[in-house]
Design a protein around this ligand. Structure first.
Ligand code: WT7
Length: 653
């Protein structure tokens, strides 16, 4: 332990010197084609952000003009004050009005081989209008919340845009979450309707989506309607008066439903994400600023051109699926590719087969996926034609240099720049990333902030750290895509993001800047794990475990995992029952039912007692070391019961 280090700072042990300049032919055609252009733009926005965003905002369809660009009363920002616009009009009508209705908007590939659909902007608009009219016919009003729990089908994107069109606030719940998680989210948001499907395909099996919704709704009194897409055809129950089939709802509905003029600051969506307490936070994003941020960052980072086909592999259940499957690229008028299923269904070369067939030009995925591809082996890639690709991206966690190099060489054929994009559910869109036509990249670094993003690295007193030192990453100025709050919990919003470093946005990540000013993200500062690019709170997992009658006490920590980045390890003290495999199975099933498959612990350690400090805090650092199989370092003299440590070790042998 380095005792000289100021509180809140972190030592860095990573050294990476390789530098990859953008290919000359890429730069020649890029929007931002040199570091001079980037620096000029960055300085322009920094000098007068309001003038810059005012000029960018002219590209949105305004139904009522705004009276001022920004009203910033920390921590509350209002962008484009008093204006009215509509996110679905920005994504659809605008392109049709500009004569681009026949351009491909969306290509969809289903998990069952051979299933494929394509929509032009006009066709997508028509489907969104029919769905919007259907939702309106159910009496759903602007400002009411609609939960969406669907597989990755075109209808998921259509449902989001249809909500936006009528001013309803969508809350997309990832299809891997359990009925408990749906019920919690419905209750927190007071959702009035749920849009779901009978089921969805996942590695050839059928997910029981409607069944999960039915269970959730026994605890969701606010929900009046359920709209059900027929996807798999599996048997489900329909509750008369409450449930309606999607195809029945939209039948005969108009294909020109007008878009509701929405205040710039009207909520567009809520997205629940894990924080450092047991209760997920409903991150609130609003209309105009979010759309402008998603669109502008998509154009900058992916250098979108008219002939691009953009494949972002994220599910719409996550923020990446909101900003870079749906709103960003569609507002930019791009063509998007979406795929319904798992990357290894029916075989481990499915992604490369899709690239060969659909010829996307941009591919944006997560480091955990890349590590899986590496593991699955070259035989699934050799012989596949990936030459359509011109740009690669990653998001969700830091990418280890080895995976970066593999991505660069094997998938990118050494010709595609890689954009390692750092951002969060809360930031609405990408904050730091290389710009592919100008920024020389270093494997593992998200490089530099986008124009309009003002990062700083500080210690616990809020003072900037010394050059090269790690510390807390904060953002010092408002940006259009920033979160506007936590749904229904102002105190938590202020406490989580704005109190520890007053007046600055605390991202919750540690970071450092190297001698070139490049940023390196060093992991979370709170009790949040990053498992396969998804945020999980340790306390959520602990609460789930403790809610089981056999469990007296539980502690969850992360340990390194070669594919998922982090795996969940839990330490459990039993109330009763046997410390055996059967109990482990029971507890795993319980966590799956409480939260969902993504939170199921990889390792379960039983312990007679958990190591605690004198004040009763569980010694997580110690547990992390045990979980990782590392030798415990540091000061353990404050252990309440030193023998508990020895007992845990012995159990592992
Ligand atoms: C957390 C946000 C942003 C969409 C997906 C995750 C980590 C994200 C990177 C990156 C290093 C990254 C951070 C961040 N993270 N991208 N390129 N390099 N870390 O969204 O669930 O809101 O999680 O993911 O820790 O705070 P999220």
């Amino acid at each position: 332990m380095d005792m000289q280090r100021p509180a809140g700072t972190v030592a860095s042990i990573m050294q990476e010197d390789r530098l990859f300049p953008p290919p000359a032919e890429f730069s020649a055609r890029a929007r931002i084609g040199s570091m001079e252009d980037y620096s000029r733009l960055y300085a322009e926005v920094a000098r007068d952000p309001q003038a810059f965003w005012h000029s960018r905002a002219q590209s949105l369809p305004w139904m009522t003009p705004y009276s001022s660009v920004l009203d910033w009363k920390p921590p509350h920002a209002e962008w484009f004050v008093g204006g009215r616009t509509n996110a679905s009009a920005a994504c659809l009508d605008q392109h049709i009005n500009a004569g681009r209705g026949d351009k491909t908007a969306l290509v969809w590939v289903g998990e069952p081989t051979g299933e494929r659909r394509e929509y032009t902007y006009s066709q997508l608009h028509a489907e969104v209008c029919r769905c919007a009219a259907g939702l309106r016919s159910l009496g759903i009003r602007p400002g009411e919340v609609v939960s969406i729990y669907m597989p990755m089908t075109p209808e998921l994107v259509i449902a989001m845009l249809a909500c936006a069109r009528i001013g309803a606030v969508h809350s997309v719940i990832f299809g891997g979450f359990s009925s408990e998680a749906i019920a919690d989210r419905n209750a927190d948001a007071q959702a009035v309707a749920v849009i779901t499907a009978d089921g969805g395909w996942r590695r050839g099996a059928q997910l029981a989506l409607k069944k999960n919704v039915d269970v959730a709704l026994t605890k969701s009194p606010s929900v009046r309607h359920v709209v059900v897409l027929r996807r798999t055809g599996q048997a489900i129950d329909m509750v008369p008066g409450r449930d309606v089939w999607w195809h029945d709802l939209v039948a005969g509905m108009p294909t020109d439903t007008p878009a509701e003029p929405m205040d710039s600051e009207a909520p567009l969506f809520i997205l629940y994400t894990s924080g450092s307490t047991g209760k997920p936070k409903g991150i609130k994003h609003t209309t105009a600023g979010y759309i402008l941020w998603a669109k502008t960052t998509a154009e900058w980072v992916f250098d979108l051109r008219d002939d691009d086909l953009f494949w972002c592999t994220a599910d719409c259940g996550w923020i990446t699926g909101h900003s870079y499957v749906t709103y960003g690229p569609l507002a930019a008028g791009a063509s998007i590719l979406i795929y319904e299923g798992a990357p290894n269904a029916p075989h481990e070369g499915r992604f490369w087969e899709i690239i060969e067939q659909e010829k996307p030009t941009i591919f944006y995925t997560a480091p955990t996926a890349i590590r899986s591809f590496m593991k699955w082996g070259m035989e699934h890639i050799e012989g596949r034609d990936l030459s359509s690709l011109r740009l690669l991206g990653t998001v969700g966690e830091g990418i280890n240099p080895e995976a970066w190099m593999w991505y660069h060489e094997v998938i990118g054929g050494k010709r595609c720049p890689i954009v390692d994009t750092w951002w969060q559910t809360e930031t609405g869109g990408i904050m730091m990333s290389p710009l592919p036509g100008c920024t020389p990249t270093k494997p593992g670094s998200c490089t530099l902030p986008l124009p309009g993003v003002m990062p700083e690295i500080v210690d616990a007193s809020g003072a900037p750290v010394r050059p090269g030192e790690g510390g807390w990453l904060v953002i010092t100025h408002p940006w259009p895509g920033m979160l506007r709050g936590i749904w229904g919990d102002e105190a938590r919003f202020e406490e989580t993001y704005w109190s520890r470093v007053p007046g600055k946005y605390l991202a919750g990540d540690n970071a450092r800047q190297d001698a070139d000013g490049y940023y390196w993200i060093m992991g979370r500062i709170d009790d949040v794990l990053n498992v396969a690019g998804h945020r999980l709170s340790t306390i959520e997992i602990e609460s789930a475990l403790v809610s089981h009658p056999l469990v007296a006490e539980a502690a969850a920590v992360g340990r390194p995992h070669d594919v998922k980045g982090e795996a969940v390890a839990v330490f459990v003290t039993l109330q009763s029952g046997q410390a055996d495999e059967a109990t482990k199975d029971l507890l795993r099933r319980h966590v799956r039912q409480q939260i969902g498959a993504l939170a199921v612990p990889d390792d379960i350690h039983f312990a007679a007692i958990l190591p605690k400090t004198r004040s009763g805090k569980i010694m997580r650092r110690l547990l992390r070391d045990i979980a990782a199989g590392r030798e415990t370092v540091g000061d353990t003299t404050t252990l309440e019961d030193y023998s508990s440590l020895a007992a845990l070790r012995a159990n592992d042998e």
